[in-house]
Write a protein that binds this ligand. Structure first.
Ligand code: FEO
Length: 141
């Protein structure tokens, strides 16, 4: 059984991941509108990955007898000044998410929640990749 604090924090992270999906879909829509279908495809793939991230946490909560509580997803930004500005925003967003994951790891440690700690290690490694990919995309533009 998962503790209340961890349950709440993981539910918030589900929301962060779903917002990430929404943000990247919004970027995909922006790129399509600019005629940049390749960049749009890249963002659509990111959006799918974000939904998978949310589901990974969703499943963890279910497996541990926790309650999944879905919250409202905020409206994402729709326009950017340039493709570069959009990718820079994606990179900044990934850095923000990394911070959130690290906060969760700290909480898992404080709560002595070894199962959550182990599940979160996947996200720690994933964020290194996510930051690297978006940073490289920024550097290519
Ligand atoms: Fe789920 Fe791109 O972090």
């Amino acid at each position: 059984m998962i503790g209340k604090k961890m349950e709440e924090a993981l539910n918030s992270q589900i929301n962060e991941e779903l917002f990430s999906a929404y943000l990247y879909l919004s970027m995909a829509a922006y790129f399509h509108a600019e005629g940049l279908d390749g960049m749009a495809s890249w963002m659509r793939l990111q959006a799918k990955e974000e939904v998978e991230h949310a589901l990974k946490i969703f499943d963890h909560l279910v497996e541990r007898g926790g309650k999944v509580t879905l919250k409202a997803i905020a409206e994402p930004q729709r326009e950017w000044d340039s493709p570069l500005a959009a990718f820079q925003a994606a990179y900044e967003h990934e850095r923000y998410i990394t911070g959130k994951i690290h906060e969760l790891v700290d909480l898992a440690q404080a709560e002595r929640d070894h199962a959550a700690f182990q599940m979160l290690q996947w996200f720690v490694a994933e964020q290194v990749e996510e930051e690297d990919q978006t940073k490289k995309a920024v550097e290519l533009l």
